[in-house]
Design a protein around this ligand. Structure first.
Ligand code: ATP
Length: 210
């Protein structure tokens, strides 16, 4: 089974499993049952069993899953073994926060280049990351072989910047703007609408909370 054959919904849960298995590994635990795992990661155990079956980890009755072999599989699938460079486009409030955060806890992803139109920050280093003029986007993505970008520009700029990123060979966009981006089929877009998420949470608390 290769990464391409794994259903998208399963693939999205892999980082959750991976993180928890790492914690187990660090505490010296060598095996875990799907029920225990279900409780820890808040995914039901039938889903976990189905997810794991996609990559041939069937788990033995009465034994559960072997933590180390699952971990080495996830490492491979999630590309944890090599560093992925990501670009951030739009160094405003949210962009700054992400630059500052820089995903250091997971170790395998980092923002290595940023882009903006603002002369005050262009050609300077922000939170350890060089900020390039947006006009250089396509060229720099190709040059630095960056295939994933985080989009934190204003909505009005989102599609134009996306088109340039696509011209630069981008394969994935983490989109923090509320705009639904038009991209070629080969480009994956993951939308993160923080306002929407927060409002959904509040709605559920108000309507279904205790
Ligand atoms: P945020 O929305 O993250 O809170 P903000 O309110 O500080 O940010 P925005 O106006 O949303 O600012 O712009 C975010 C960043 O995107 C700014 O740094 C701005 O200079 C930059 N920006 C605006 N237009 C473009 C563009 N076409 N290409 C690249 N960057 C842009």
């Amino acid at each position: 089974m290769t990464a391409e054959n794994i259903p998208r919904a399963t693939a999205k849960r892999l980082p959750i499993y991976y993180r928890y298995l790492n914690i187990l590994h660090d505490t010296g635990k060598s095996r875990i049952s799907s029920t225990e795992l279900a409780e820890a990661v808040q995914v039901d155990s039938a889903t976990i069993r189905r997810d794991f079956s996609y990559f041939g980890a069937l788990g033995k009755r009465g034994y559960g899953y072997d933590v180390d072999s699952l971990l080495s599989f996830f490492k491979q699938i999630l590309n944890q073994e090599h560093l992925t460079n990501v670009a951030l486009i739009g160094v405003g409030n949210l962009g700054h926060a992400l630059l500052n955060f820089n995903f250091h806890k997971d170790g395998n992803v980092r923002i290595s280049a940023a882009f903006d139109t603002n002369d005050a920050i262009v050609n300077k280093i922000q939170d350890g990351v060089p900020v390039y003029p947006i006009t250089e986007l396509a060229h720099q993505l190709k040059e630095q072989q960056i295939q994933v970008v985080i989009l934190t520009v204003p909505s009005s700029a989102a599609q134009g910047v996306t088109d340039d990123a696509v011209a630069g060979g981008v394969k994935g966009i983490l989109n923090f703007t509320p705009i639904r981006l038009a991209v070629p089929d080969a480009v994956l877009v993951q939308n993160v609408d923080l306002t929407n998420e927060l409002q959904t949470l509040i709605y559920f608390i108000e309507n279904f909370g205790k």
